[in-house]
Design a binder for this molecule. Structure first.
Ligand SMILES: Cc1ncc(COP(=O)(O)O)c(C=O)c1O
Length: 415
């Protein structure tokens, strides 16, 4: 670690528990970044990295997007929050529903965790049922009623301080297992099924062919609300997210991350007859900063960019090429890398996952100037172009060469 990072980490520890403001970042507490532009970020000592963490997904259009940031700055120069409405939030809602293509109503929030909370409450309220069915390995935020160990097959608390009773209404089923899902719904007491349409929080696994269609059918048969958690897939798989990509429409969906160019905005959206129940005041959803001028301007500007020049073909082409080249490098360097997922977001893992394997790879890549998520999920942005592909391949090659030679010296256990 560099001197500046070390000093900052020390200062952070003195005031910020663990030195981080999200426990997800505990494993990278000593990294401090000062600047980002396009697909590249610079740490506090000026070292440059090609960024595949993208802030855990939000920077779909790259860092410091001048058009989006300019629109937000202009909008908020005249005011930010009013405790009442602003014209931009109406425009943001209209543009949002048009962009996703299926939702009739939307409410904005700030984080994925809170809009998941709101969607589940709405589903319980309109069905009068308490049970929620969800999938092992899927993540829906850090709230008491949803936080689970990703490997958990039983709904037991994942955090000290999380009341066990908060998970009483939760049933877990395995990913892509239609029979298990049907069994979980059979008693007709389930308010909602919530799932990531692509499992992106434990590896990167698309649904089995036909699975989402079967889930849709089973929910309809049992009067259960289907919620897609599109916090990662939304605006990333397509403008219309997983709904457009897979052609399956939920009743409600949650969004966050990529919808606002890095500005903190989230949303839950869906059928008018469900969402409108929020309007009579009996089902509570609130938030001081919801649909602030900044948030609304960021949504409008981001959607305008995505619609004017859709990045999806470019994202896919880049991801396909990068996955292929990483595979070739791993073979050439005889480093057992497992690369899987979709071109727009995929995992790169050392195989077999030796103790601390994900972190070991993360560190080696960071040393070589490649920044990824600690768990090995790589996000692709529209700012990743030919230069980034060339530089990425060269840097990963250097990282793998070092990992390979470390293994020859017995420092790293590679297969
Ligand atoms: C699928 C999914 N849902 C919900 C969340 C929670 O979102 P946030 O971290 O904005 O609270 C995440 C975060 O990674 C996520 O991946």
């Amino acid at each position: 670690m560099s001197k500046s990072s070390e000093q900052l980490a020390e200062r952070a520890l003195a005031r910020v528990p663990g030195g981080v403001n999200s426990n997800v970042r505990l494993s990278a507490a000593e990294y401090f970044f000062a600047r980002g532009e396009g697909a590249r970020i610079w740490d506090v000592d000026g070292k440059e990295y090609i960024d595949y963490a993208l802030g855990q997904g939000p920077m779909l259009l790259g860092h410091s997007h001048a058009g989006i940031n300019g629109a937000v700055a202009m909008a908020c120069a005249d005011g930010m929050v009013y405790g009442a409405q602003h014209p931009l939030e109406v425009l943001a809602a209209e543009r949002f529903c048009e962009a996703v293509g299926w939702a009739e109503r939307v409410r904005f929030g700030m984080t994925g965790s809170e809009v998941v909370h709101a969607a589940l409450r709405l589903a319980r309220a309109v069905t009068g049922r308490e049970q929620i069915v969800r999938v092992t390995g899927h993540y829906h935020g850090w709230g008491d009623t949803v936080l689970l160990d990703l490997a958990a097959t039983e709904p037991v608390p994942a955090s000290v301080g999380q009341p066990a009773a908060a998970l009483d209404g939760t049933r877990l089923v395995p990913w892509s297992d239609v029979d298990a899902l049907r069994r979980a719904l059979a008693d007709g007491d389930v308010a909602a099924v919530i799932m990531e349409p692509v499992m992106f929080n434990s590896g990167a696994f698309p649904p089995a062919a036909g699975y989402l269609q079967e889930v849709r059918r089973a929910c309809d048969e049992h009067g259960t609300i289907l919620i897609f958690d599109e916090v990662i897939t939304g605006f990333r798989l397509a403008l219309g997210g997983a709904v457009e990509h897979f052609g399956v429409t939920p009743d409600l969906a949650t969004y966050g991350k990529a919808m606002a160019g890095g500005w903190p905005v989230a949303a839950f959206a869906g059928r008018a007859d469900l969402m409108d129940r929020l309007g009579d005041g009996t089902i509570n959803h609130a938030g001081t900063f919801n649909a602030s001028v900044m948030a609304s301007a960021a949504v409008v500007a981001t959607l305008a960019v995505l619609e004017a020049d859709p990045p999806y073909e470019r994202l896919n082409a880049y991801g396909v090429e990068l996955m292929a080249q990483l595979g070739e490098l791993a073979q050439r360097r005889r480093v057992p890398l497992r690369i899987e997922g979709l071109p727009v977001a995929f995992t790169v893992a050392l195989e077999p996952a030796v103790g601390g394997g994900a972190l070991q790879l993360h560190r080696a890549l960071a040393d070589a100037g490649i920044w990824t998520t600690g768990r090995g999920l790589w996000f692709v942005s529209d700012a990743h172009r030919t230069d980034e592909l060339r530089d990425t391949v060269a840097r990963v090659d250097a990282a793998l060469a070092r990992l390979g030679s470390a293994s020859e010296h017995g420092d790293v256990a590679l297969a």
